[in-house]
Design a protein around this ligand. Sequence first.
Ligand code: ZN
Ligand code: ZN
Length: 338
Amino acid sequence: MKALRFEDNKLKLADVAVPRREGEALVRMTTAGICNTDVEIARGYADFRGTLGHEFVGVVEESPDRSQIGRRVVGEINAGCGQCDLCRRNDPRHCPDRTALGIRGRDGAFAEYLSLPPRNLLIAPDSVSDRQAVFTEPLAAALEILDQVEIRASHHVAVVGDGKLGQLISRVVARTGCDLTLIGKHDAKLELAERAGIKTVKLGAAEIAPCSEDFSRHVTTKVFTTVTTKEPRFDFVVEASGSSGGIELALDLIRPRGAIILKSTFRGAVQLDTSRIVVNEISVIGSRCGRFETALRLLESGGVDVEPLVAREYRLADGVEAMAEAQRPGTLKVLLTN
Ligand SMILES: [Zn+2]
Ligand SMILES: [Zn+2]
């Protein structure tokens, strides 16, 4: 079968064997989504070698659970050992021996077929199209924030980063009724958010890059004059810019004793003045994968409209080109179809 792989420091379309793992289901991918994580992996993040991709919808062709055969499914990407405490509580997301689809020890979804344990698969409701269902994983990642912190209607919340994940997070967080501001640097993306009823602030392209003290003061002033708050006082700042400068900006925006939720994963380290975290007693919360069930139900109810976030569809065979497109600044979700 054809698979889009990252090997020998190169992204390429390769012919590989159909993945059949003992005791697992074989899924024919129909639509897959390119995530920033895939782009970062192709830059060396997570030291992963193999078939990329973890956002998918597909049809089950083989499974030890015969009730799944022929069904359209999405899949929880973390496959746990099944034995440890976490796995026994049906939460393999932090199992020490887990593999993760297309990220850690397991070939991914940018291929004609993929393999996952039957318990990882969830049936996609008929009313949720492939183009919607493919957002289950990133939507779950956005919803994870609401599992970690309690955002109420009285809270002021900023989301830094207007890309794919920032867009989903904004739509999910807005549902709490809080006072939400999305901070980004791309006109078209900010407009898209505004059409969904989200308040936005635009920064110049250079302003989200790692910035000097002077510069960050300038950015902070700009954000606050635009959102008409007098001083830094966002209760929560979600950092989803995908760049190291986003964290610095988050620290400028958060109120004392507020919480910063970090969503960006990228290759390399960030230099940070941690005294600011100490002095202002900021909580810093890492946030990764969320629950699929909640995300699917939200898609089913129409609570979040994801289709405007699709930039373009490519055939799997044009996967290398699709990855290049996904990296172009301003591009939203690029899909692969099989
Ligand atoms: Zn993803
Ligand atoms: Zn485990």
